[in-house]
Ligand binder design. Structure first.
Ligand code: ZN
Length: 326
């Protein structure tokens, strides 16, 4: 079996950051992320990288009034205990469309991405939905997913792959995804730091170290079929340059390449992911690092036959392999 490189991007503009910081503090990253997308697409084409763009449903809308037409009824919207997680109140304050509110809408970019070979438009839910947050219900999640499917369908896309915001998966919710016709999702990294360390600050510290040093080993996984939907577990987030540890950037890229080589040799899947806004500042430096990674994929393709697939393609290939087994 050949190794597979999956690339996925959580495409959310500012919708995924509403509860993190004020827009003024992050506008440069979001707008820089938009500007980086065409350059990233050029690199994807140059190196034959297939990727899934898991897009927040709100991004598909041309403007606020079009978006509002897809909203679930009031009682079907997420009733999070932490009120600032819901984007619906914030929506009331955003006027206009993509030209006036480029941090919130992106239909032109979605069309541009979809026009590039190998790029899949996937889902990051309709409203950047948090599946493990207190206060919300499975019915509300199902309504969110229906809205995501509807707005994408009316833009000409049949969504097959999903990335759940903050990787908050739950078995009952994956069943809802399956019933809605999704064939793949990206679960969070399944390593000992995630499994065994419950104390959040320590978990964060160890995860940061693991970006540079092989604390969790070489990773890579084999896709699992969970009653009809493929779990394409994430292997590594491509972390943007962290200024205090900028002197370790060489180790970061070395670590990613080592993991890729391991997957290529062992016939495993290496799933690399990030957000466009992660590369919205210092874009040139980030694209240079990514180009080094993509060029390395080409080397592994020649040496081991490694293949780049988006999530839908990977799910399809897994299904075929499963059928061929005696
Ligand atoms: Zn997100």
């Amino acid at each position: 079996m050949r190794g597979t490189l999956i690339v996925s991007l959580d495409f959310e503009l500012f919708w995924g950051m509403l509860d993190v910081c004020p827009l003024e503090d992050y506008r440069e990253n979001v707008l820089g992320g938009r500007a980086a997308i065409p350059k990233l697409l050029d690199l994807f084409q140059k190196y034959g990288i297939h990727a899934t763009w898991a897009s927040v449903g709100f991004l598909f809308a041309e403007n606020a009034s079009e978006l509002a037409a897809y909203f679930p009824g009031e009682d079907c919207r997420p009733s999070y205990e932490k009120k600032d997680l819901s984007p619906y109140p914030r929506f009331q304050t955003i006027a206009g469309g993509e030209a006036d509110a480029p941090c919130f809408y992106a239909p032109s970019l979605i069309r541009r991405i979809a026009a590039v070979p190998g790029q899949e438009i996937g889902s990051h839910t309709f409203s950047h939905y948090y599946c493990r947050e207190k206060g919300q219900t499975a019915e509300q999640f199902a309504a969110d997913i229906r809205a995501a499917k509807a707005i994408a369908r009316d833009s000409g896309f049949d969504l097959k792959s999903v990335v759940l915001p903050r990787n908050q998966c739950r078995p009952a919710y994956t069943q809802i995804l399956r019933e809605a016709g999704f064939t793949a999702y990206r679960d969070e990294e399944n390593d000992w730091i995630h499994r065994k360390i419950q104390f959040r600050p320590l978990q964060r510290g160890l995860r940061l170290l693991d970006v540079y040093l092989p604390l969790t080993g070489l990773g890579g996984s084999r896709p699992k079929n969970e009653n009809g939907i493929w779990n394409l577990t994430g292997s590594r987030m491509y972390k943007p340059i962290f200024p205090p540890l900028a002197f370790l950037e060489g180790l970061k890229i070395h670590r990613i390449k080592t993991q890729m080589r391991h997957a290529a040799r062992k016939g495993l899947t290496f799933h690399l992911w990030w957000h466009p806004h992660n590369i919205g500042v210092r874009t040139g430096e980030h694209l240079k690092q990514l180009e080094e990674i993509f060029a390395y994929y080409q080397t592994l393709r020649e040496e081991y036959g490694m293949e780049s697939r988006n999530m839908a393609e990977a799910a399809l290939a897994c299904a075929r392999t499963q059928e061929e087994r005696p």
